[in-house]
Design a protein around this ligand. Structure first.
Ligand SMILES: [Zn+2]
Length: 679
């Protein structure tokens, strides 16, 4: 019985991964492309300006047999290529209006369907969850290829690579930039079977990670003591890491507990963890000698072996199959860095190495060592002693925020005043605030931006029955920063196609800039980031940049070893984790060859996402340094500079920074802020 099911499963699997069929790839020959170019040349002299060839070639690469024959393609290009700039501009404006309507309406629909899940109110039922997960844009791409809008776009507004945007982009005017952003809409046509395979691989990885619990009450020291409460269950790696962090407080056995968690983490990375101790409280485990007990008796317990890396390998295998469908971005590494983040892997590597190998790391490490009164150990990458201190007791602040904000409307009516405190004039303040609604969140809160210029952006916040406490207020001010960015970068934008910011790091930067001024907004002037906050962010960057480097090096290794199995991949992850450790962490912590940097779950369920976190802080410190040097000089105000920067729109990150602060992305402001701390 079991075998039949297995065979059926295998058949289904092979059926899904057969080599690409002809309908997956372009049916347009080079000769057809040449014919189109020659005939466009006959129609108009202008037409052979560089974009014609670029657009025709890109459209040809995306065309498939079901779209039409080679003759159909020729006819399509001749009919739809705009031979004059005037007609191109008319087309561009019409498409912009149409896309704003489509994207804006889809967003509105999402907001409405997710309302029961996101907002406080009626009791949640199963149907709310199903409707909330409905993808309102799921068929957009397919539809746009089917009605050929995608081809009209590509033909007239072709795609430019990151390198081209970064170099040619300096000379482009705003309209050319908006054209280029339209060229980013339709760049590939991945067959839906591969999208489904990717969804399956990530779903499996997600489930694996989401149910990887360590039963802390079952951990034994070598002399048989239990250090953790019997019912403590910690999810790897987040809860394990947070338990290390909370043991910097004066708790019983704190150091011994931290050391034991590190040992557990190492077993997970190396996969020497006994498979039976994951998620199962039947077994006791001594991590140091790696012995397992059942009902007091030592038992033979096989290692997990390679399961962790089988998931990573499955994701890579699908990515590799997607490569041929992304002729401009032929690897997952390029798609992640140059595509999503719009900064190359090489630039990220340089930025991160600049920080992790800095002198400042050694200075801060020595300071932590002094505070702890002992030599650092590897788990101290999660040192958590830099707590920001407000000079005002939190109870006093909560009393104030509860009185000021008993309900969401009270926060909403106060927004214009807060904006004026930051220097916006009364008209601007009213206008921005009128485009933000405040709603009671079910969870801890978030900011949801508008996509069409008829919608408000939404500040979702949690307000208890006694009003908003200080912690809630502090988060609400962070979200308010997001809403201001979302409003400026949509409503005050010259071209709809340029709305937004280069990537999530930039909206986070403004949210943090607001959040740090929360006391000023409450009426305590002159309160700014303290040394502890700077050091906390810096040490967090140092830790996560190392993990992000390991993640990136592992993907490079995968592309160099495309036939690797999960056993080889496990070895490679261990090698890369140890290499990064020995270069940038061993000089600070000692203990060579520590594999701890391989522990992050993101590496398995959202590969290469980690660089986004420290990137946001790098940008934030660069903006703060600029404000420090420029605001209140030469007639510049904080509000004026925020407005100028956040209406630059969706340029590439490096160009945005050059225009915003006059230099490319750099870790120097963060390093200088550390230098300015009293250590
Ligand atoms: Zn945020």
């Amino acid at each position: 019985m079991k075998n039949t099911i297995l065979i059926m499963l295998l058949t289904v699997l092979t059926g899904c991964s057969t080599a690409k069929t002809t309908t997956d790839m372009s049916n347009i020959s080079e000769q057809t492309v040449q014919t189109v170019l020659a005939r466009l040349g006959e129609t108009s002299q202008d037409a052979l300006a560089p974009p014609a060839e670029r657009g025709v070639r890109q459209a040809a690469a995306l065309w498939r047999e079901p779209d039409g024959s080679q003759d159909d393609f020729i006819e399509f290009c001749l009919e739809n290529y705009c031979v004059s700039e005037q007609s191109r501009e008319v087309l561009f404006n019409k498409l912009s209006v149409a896309f704003e309507n489509i994207f804006g309406t889809a967003n509105q629909l999402s907001v409405a369907l997710k309302k029961p899940v996101h907002l406080e109110g009626e009791e949640l039922t199963q149907i709310d969850l199903i409707m909330g997960n409905y993808g309102t844009s799921a068929h957009f791409m397919e539809d746009m290829y089917a009605n050929k809008v995608a081809f009209v776009c590509v033909l007239n507004f072709p795609n430019y690579s990151l390198e081209e945007k970064d170099t040619l982009g300096h000379r482009w005017d705003r309209k050319q930039w908006a054209y280029a952003r339209m060229g980013d809409l339709f760049t590939h046509r991945t067959p839906s079977r591969l999208n489904q395979e990717m969804a399956r691989a990530s779903g499996n990885a997600e489930n694996y990670i989401a149910s990887y619990n360590i039963m802390m009450g079952n951990l034994l020291t070598e002399d048989g003591r239990r250090l953790f409460p019997e019912d403590m269950v910690l999810l790897s790696h987040w809860n394990l890491r947070d338990e290390i962090k909370s043991n910097y407080a004066a708790l019983p056995d704190a150091l011994e507990k931290q050391q034991m968690i590190q040992k557990v983490m190492e077993h997970i990375v190396c996969q020497t963890i006994p498979a039976c101790v994951i998620n199962d409280s039947e077994y006791d485990w001594k991590p140091y000698s790696n012995t397992v007990y059942k009902e007091g008796q030592i038992i033979d317990a096989p290692d997990e072996e390679n399961v962790r890396y089988e998931h990573l390998l499955a994701t890579y295998t699908v990515e590799k199959q997607m490569d041929p469908y992304h002729p401009h971005m032929p690897t997952a590494i390029i798609r992640n860095f140059e595509g999503s983040m719009e900064i190359s892997a090489r630039e990220i590597e340089e930025l991160f190495i600049n920080l992790v190998s800095s002198e400042q790391v050694k200075k801060v490490a020595a300071y932590i060592e002094k505070r702890l009164g002992r030599k650092l150990e590897p788990f101290d990458i999660w040192y958590d002693g830099f707590k920001s201190r407000t000079s005002i007791p939190e109870d006093e602040l909560t009393e104030l925020t509860r009185k000021k904000y008993p309900h969401p409307d009270a926060f909403k009516s106060d927004m214009p005043r807060m904006l004026q405190v930051l220097g916006f004039d009364s008209r601007e303040s009213q206008e921005i605030a009128s485009r933000i609604v405040v709603e009671p969140a079910r969870g801890s809160g978030h900011a949801w931006g508008a996509v069409g210029r008829w919608e408000p952006s939404r500040l979702r916040t949690r307000i208890g029955p006694h009003g908003m406490d200080y912690k809630g207020y502090n988060i609400a001010v962070h979200e308010f920063g997001h809403n201001v960015e979302q409003t400026l970068s949509l409503y005050d934008m010259d071209y709809y196609m340029l709305n937004g910011v280069p990537n999530t790091a930039f909206t986070e930067a403004l949210a943090f800039i607001f959040q740090k001024r929360d006391l000023q907004l409450l009426g305590y002037p002159g309160k700014q980031m303290d040394d502890n906050t700077v050091l906390d962010i810096f040490w967090g960057c140092y830790e996560i940049m190392g993990v992000a480097l390991v993640d990136m090096y592992v993907w490079q290794w995968l592309y160099e070893n495309p036939d690797a199995d999960s056993q080889m991949l496990k070895q490679a992850v261990n090698d890369k984790a140890r290499m990064v450790w020995n270069r940038y962490y061993e000089p600070v912590f000692g203990q060579p060859d520590c594999p701890l940097l391989g522990i992050y779950s993101h590496m398995i369920n959202s590969p290469m996402y980690l660089p986004n976190y420290p990137f946001g802080h790098i940008i934030e410190f660069q903006l703060e340094a600029y404000f420090n040097d420029n605001v209140n000089k030469n007639g510049k105000t904080l509000a004026g500079e925020i407005k100028r920067m956040f209406t630059l729109g969706n340029l590439v990150p490096q160009l945005w920074m050059e225009q915003a602060v006059g230099s490319r992305v750099s870790t120097d402001p963060l390093l200088k802020a550390v230098d300015a701390c009293a250590l």
